[in-house]
Design a binder for this molecule. Structure first.
Ligand code: MCN
Ligand code: CUM
Length: 785
């Protein structure tokens, strides 16, 4: 890489500029600051004894040997936390979760005892010397069995394993439509449990200052303000005496929204011991105990006419939540935004029912680029549509084109109640078909099939729903899901802007600066973006569910426009003209008709402090708490071509074309990067990744030896393109994009595999499509070579 290519951008680079990320320089030279990089004087280390059992009563904990290890300072059990009122804490979904257990453990890998020592080696030595006497209990592993009346109960504080039952849509109308339909297709899908495998495991440092009474926590969190509020409510420490700092984060992907026991124990220990406490998960601890994704057992049905017109959709889901209901959904949506499952199609009637179950596994559910379970929704509808096409003997592309919501029908109200802001689905699909040479590929496939070769083409035309969200519907623990942006322009025209969101690799320091640059004409290198410090940033709900652009991006635009309004008044004063006559263009203010006699935004900024008009306050800054009027509905059309090896069952992704539409784009390179990363995660989901449990609740997939993630070797070459359908209600016409490709791509991969095998009588294979699964099918069908 040439040196100039790594240098920060120079100049006014508003929307649509492909500038390199401002934050990359510090990452590329190894100067990022992650939690584990922070070292405080007198700091001690925390490590956990974890449960070997999925479900067991704790009979006795013997810490004597561990205590005598040199360097061990303290050992904390659930009993001690109980006395402090901290053995259980509330989850973001109104449930409770154990910090440390007092009676029994409820999943393998659960934190049982905490050790604090002078260094991490002593802490781990002590962990290995603590003896916990367990009485194994029958574990609850299958969520369907968990809901049966005779099942053992997971939770000591509940008398059933039912987490919730939730429904959406019109059940009667859907049933009627299903009865009248010519054809009904149905299929069971298991969307497997996943771990997000970010680069940096979760962790924190807790520091308590007894003089000021202030608790400071450096924490790997995507939502620092909400965590501060929850911490304050739980500990009764005044909220202004808690400071949460999310420093650089090495990937979050939803796994860092949760409040982990380690955060709570570290804070408790820091106050108790008067010394800073650091806790960092090891990789396999992370895989065994942090928030998982998916784990949806889906039964889907689609009703249609003979000619392929889709009439109705019916879906029943059992969702496995592990031992605590610890999703991070908006509170009115227990199954997230799964009700976007009618997708891109104009469907008259739909009904969805989701039942949540407790099992002896770790908690989670909302993670891994899911947009609050839009992953599961898009997968279900896109698989069902493909199955319908095959059952009817219709081309899957033609069937989609026939059933798309027509572009002229937007804003479109879906059968499950969402008002789609804008979309043009035929345009995206046609573009993808053209780019990949769809009809030629179909011909090739036909010829190959005659020769017994297995080739498949898979389509997915998904719809996303991001930007949570409008205050009437969206809140987390009661806090409305607005988002904030504060912009301050200093006298010399340099800018600092602060946000309630917190990037974990998405590039906000660049794209937020571009938004401000676009509106105010200030060069991006003059704009510093700060996120993740609750003492300095305005309150915000955080970065997840691809909400930052739809909400904080909008707040930045509104704040910048407020500043521009004031700047115009100041410019009018400086130019001795009426405000109505002032024109603003590319960072310059002038009187209409006299473009040569101008004042720059920097001169106006100086005047805001040195020479403001008599009737106007000094200073040039603005803050906005933006309440989005609606969600944004990004979409895309993906087409995948696979070849299957009949000897090994290996699926080779030959081509993958992704046409995405996220409305107006702020930074095209960042968006491409987001899409490529998300496609790679969709690929991993489809072909490699799964967390599984045996009947005793032993984890399979608790390390990278068993949990396979794609490397550069496996990852296909992505071919990207786009259409642009702006959001009509977003101040910049932008929609979110961070999760689109993980939402949309698994269906394309699986559809391609099934398309290659349908003529053999194969209707479905559950992800991950490992070679042995395909090989087994090929053997059963008598075609394995
Ligand atoms: N963007 C843009 N133009 C648009 C839309 C987005 O230039 N029309 C840019 C944004 O300005 C931002 C990035 O694309 O820099 C992603 O924006 P957005 O879609 O608003 O998503 P968020 O910033 O809210 O990021 C969250 C999203 C989620 S929920 C997961 S999960 C995920 C993802 O981002 N986790 C990531 N992408 C990730 N990328 C990295 N490197 N690391 C993670 O942990
Ligand atoms: Cu669902 S993963 Mo993202 O919303 O942080």
């Amino acid at each position: 890489m040439a040196v100039e290519e790594t240098l920060p951008p120079v100049g006014v680079h508003g929307m649509g500029h492909k500038i390199r990320r401002k934050e990359d320089m510090r990452f590329l030279v190894g100067k990022g600051t992650y939690v584990d990089d922070i070292k405080l004087p007198n700091m001690v280390y925390l490590a956990f004894v974890r449960s070997p059992y999925a479900h067991a009563r704790i009979k006795k904990i013997n810490v004597e040997k561990a205590k005598s290890i040199p360097g061990v300072i303290d050992i904390i059990t659930g009993e001690e936390l109980e006395k402090a009122g901290l053995a259980w804490i509330p989850t973001l979904m109104g449930d409770k979760m154990m910090v440390l257990p007092t009676e029994k453990v409820v999943f393998q890998g659960q934190e049982v005892v905490a050790v604090i020592a002078e260094d991490k080696y002593a802490a781990w030595d002590a962990v290995n010397q603590i003896e916990v006497d367990y009485e194994p209990l029958e574990p609850v592993i299958d969520p369907k069995k968990a809901l049966e009346p005779n099942s053992p109960i997971v939770r000591p504080d509940k008398n059933s394993n039912l987490v919730f039952r939730w429904e959406a849509g019109n059940k009667e109308l859907t049933e009627k439509i299903f009865k009248e339909a010519d054809i009904v297709v149905s299929q069971d899908f298991y969307y497997q449990r996943l771990h997000v495998a970010y680069m940096e495991p979760v962790g924190c440092i807790a520091h308590y200052d007894p003089v000021s009474g202030k608790l400071t926590l450096w924490m790997t969190t995507q939502a620092p303000h909400v965590v501060r509020t929850v911490f304050s409510l739980v500990t009764k420490i005044p909220e202004n005496k808690i400071r949460i700092i999310s420093p650089d984060i090495g990937g979050g992907f939803g796994g860092k929204v949760y409040v982990y026991p380690g955060y709570v124990v570290a804070a408790y220990a820091a106050i108790k011991l008067g010394r800073p406490v650091k806790w960092i998960n090891t990789r396999s601890e992370d895989m065994k105990s942090t928030a998982f994704a998916r784990d949806f057992h889906i039964h889907g049905e689609l009703a249609a006419k003979k000619d392929g017109t889709i009439l109705g959709l019916r879906i029943k889901v059992i969702s496995d939540h592990g031992a605590f209901y610890g999703d991070a959904n908006p509170s009115k949506f227990p199954a997230g935004l799964f009700s976007i499952c009618t997708g891109a199609y104009d469907i008259k009637a739909a009904y969805v029912e989701v039942t949540g179950a407790y099992t002896n596994k770790p908690a989670g559910g909302i993670a891994y680029r899911c947009s609050f379970r839009v992953t599961e929704a898009a997968y279900t509808i896109e698989r069902l549509v493909d199955i319908l096409a095959h059952e009817l003997g219709m081309d899957p592309a033609e069937l989609r084109l026939k059933n798309f919501i027509p572009p002229e029908k937007f804003p479109y109200k879906s059968a499950l109640g969402w008002t789609y802001d804008s979309g043009n689905y035929p345009a995206a699909l046609k573009k993808a078909m053209e780019k990949i040479g769809y009809y030629e590929l179909r011909k090739e496939q036909e010829e190959k099939r005659k020769r017994g070769e297995l080739m498949g083409i898979g389509i997915s035309t998904f719809v996303e729903i991001v930007g949570a969200g409008p205050a009437d519907l969206f809140d987390i623990v009661g806090i409305k899901m607005f988002e904030s942006a504060e912009i301050r322009i200093h006298p010399t025209g340099k800018v600092i802007a602060r946000f309630g969101t917190r990037a974990q690799g998405q590039g906000h320091e660049t794209t937020y600066a571009q938004i401000i640059s676009e509106i105010l004409g200030i060069p991006v290198e003059d704009i510093i973006i700060e996120e993740g410090d609750t003492d300095t940033c305005p309150y915000g709900l955080g970065t997840y569910a691809s909400r930052s652009t739809p909400t904080a991006g909008a707040a930045a635009a509104v704040s910048a426009r407020k500043i521009l309004d004031k700047a115009k008044k100041i410019a009018a004063h400086l130019l001795e003209a009426r405000e109505e006559d002032i024109v603003f263009e590319k960072g310059k203010f002038y009187v209409k008709g006299y473009p040569d006699k101008y004042k720059t935004i920097q001169e106006v900024a100086l005047a805001a402090y040195t020479n403001p008009p008599p009737n106007i306050e000094a200073g040039l800054e603005a803050v906005t708490y933006y309440n989005p009027p609606n969600m944004t509905f990004p979409f895309g059309a993906y087409i995948c071509v696979v070849d299957i090896d009949k000897g090994t069952g290996q699926v080779k992704v030959r081509r993958f074309v992704a046409v995405d539409d996220c409305g107006n784009i702020i930074n095209p390179v960042i968006v491409d990067g987001q899409i490529m990363g998300a496609l790679t995660m969709g690929f991993g989901t489809s072909f490699m990744e799964e967390i599984r449990y045996d009947e005793n609740g032993n984890i399979f997939g608790g390390s990278f030896a068993e949990y396979l993630i794609p490397t550069a070797v496996e990852t296909p070459k992505w071919e990207l393109d786009k259409t642009v359908t702006p959001s009509p209600h977003h101040p910049l016409g932008a929609k979110g994009v961070g999760e689109s490709a993980t939402v949309g791509s698994p269906a394309a991969f699986v559809n391609a595999v099934v398309d290659a095998l349908w003529h053999l009588g194969v209707k479905h294979i559950d992800m991950p499509i490992w070679p042995w699964k395909v090989w087994k099918v090929l053997r059963e069908k008598g075609v394995a070579s």
